[in-house]
Ligand binder design. Sequence first.
Ligand code: GLC
Ligand code: CA
Length: 516
Amino acid sequence: MSKLVWLDKAVFYNIYPQSFYDSNGDGIGDLNGIAEKLDYIKEMGFNAIWLNPIYDSTFRDAGYDVTDFYKVAPRYGTNDDFKNLASEAKKRGIKVVLDLLAGHTSLECEWFKQSSKAEKNKYSNRYIWSDSVWDNGDDTLIGGYSERDGCYMKNFFYCQPALNYGFKNIEKSWQLPMNHPDCLATREELLNIMRFWSKLGADGFRVDMAASLIKNDPNSEGIVELWNDISGRFKKEFPESVLISEWCYPKTAIEAGFDIDFLLHFRMKSYTTLFRYEKGTNQGKQWIGNSYFRAAGQGDINEFLDEYLDHYENTKEKGYISIPTGNHDMQRISLGRSTDELKIAYTFLLTMPGVPFVYYGDEIGMKNIDGLPSKEGGYNRTGARTPMQWAKGKNLGFSNSDTPYLPTDNAEDAPTVEDQLKNENSLLNHVRNLIKIRCTHSALCADGGFETFRTGYPFIYKRFDENETLYVAVNPSKGAVKADVHEAKEILLAHGMEINEKKLTGNGLSYIIYKG
Ligand code: GLC
Ligand code: CA
């Protein structure tokens, strides 16, 4: 499979729809709200958006519990509103990527209601069921829910029963092989969902829990086979569409046919060593301890590079690795970081190979709001999902409602888009500059080459192609730094760092991007 040309220059903005912009004053963000903000998105330089789920849902997991895959949730609008959003985006050169819930549905999905009936029907095998309610040895098996005798397998929370794509290794009589006609039917339905939204204007999908679909598949052979089939067939019909995986193992995900795989806070350690170093065993609690991008300067960039380079070298001809600023599942990157520290982190993120993703609000340094009660299955993730902060005033411009579904940051100094647009040195303008520099220098784009020049503080790397060679140096620590480098022929962006006669000197919290 060849690479999609448009991904080379793509810069994504990740929108959590319920928290972005409420256009009709009911307290919840919606599709028309996103459409109203497309000019802002374009102004920032983003040319693609990924929307967290917009489908009809029970919202016990923020929309990741779908009741109807073919219908926009009424709180977000209608299918026509989606069509309109996609066409308005297209006019502005912005691609629209949807979330694809391939692995599970809500308990209230009509398919599951049928599946949980005692009498056999078309949907009996749409989900994974043991053949007796007492066959519940595995803690993913939930018993006592239905009139059907058996336990359903959950894919994530209990309210998300796993769709049945089959088992690679069969150990029990109720475990169906991948090529069972009912498992193949699930696969066909997934393709239909993909076709449906693509025809309405979607430019691709971010696939939720992409690695979870085939069960008992310790070497990932089954899941790679499944996605190769789905992506191969989908791409024949929609060759310009992108498939992005929430897999967090690029070597396998790209081999499976995805264009992009995310580095995230699970499965691999490279993401957390950059930003959210986890200590201890308390799952769900993330720490920034010794992460590399901290003023404390105690991190080791090699912990990232060792893993990253292995995946990068093995995937760069076929696909991309994305290192997002954050997402709806982890604490905001601003947690424990000053604006200056964020500027350095973003200088790195927007000059790395692969496709950058900025989580809404990270461009203004929105805070992780601690201590909020869990909303819609957010639990400790809720603090990273609060409404976008557009301007001073009621609900910081998010909504006219007196009862927004989640409160906005009530801090006196809560950052807003309006303020930061006016301030040349704001984080927002830094992000905008970085995107501009990236998109005007092919060496900095997704396909440009990448080589490490120096590790430690500062971390220096080379980005290059047949047109030019650029270097990026970042010093996230508060200590001054020095390094021997190449002569700088032209400086594209710098703060607190300079190069004279092949000597780089930098203050604490400094960066430079230059031509070598
Ligand atoms: C993914 C989503 C997360 C959701 C889970 C179950 O990890 O990003 O928000 O809770 O899958 O769908
Ligand atoms: Ca609304």
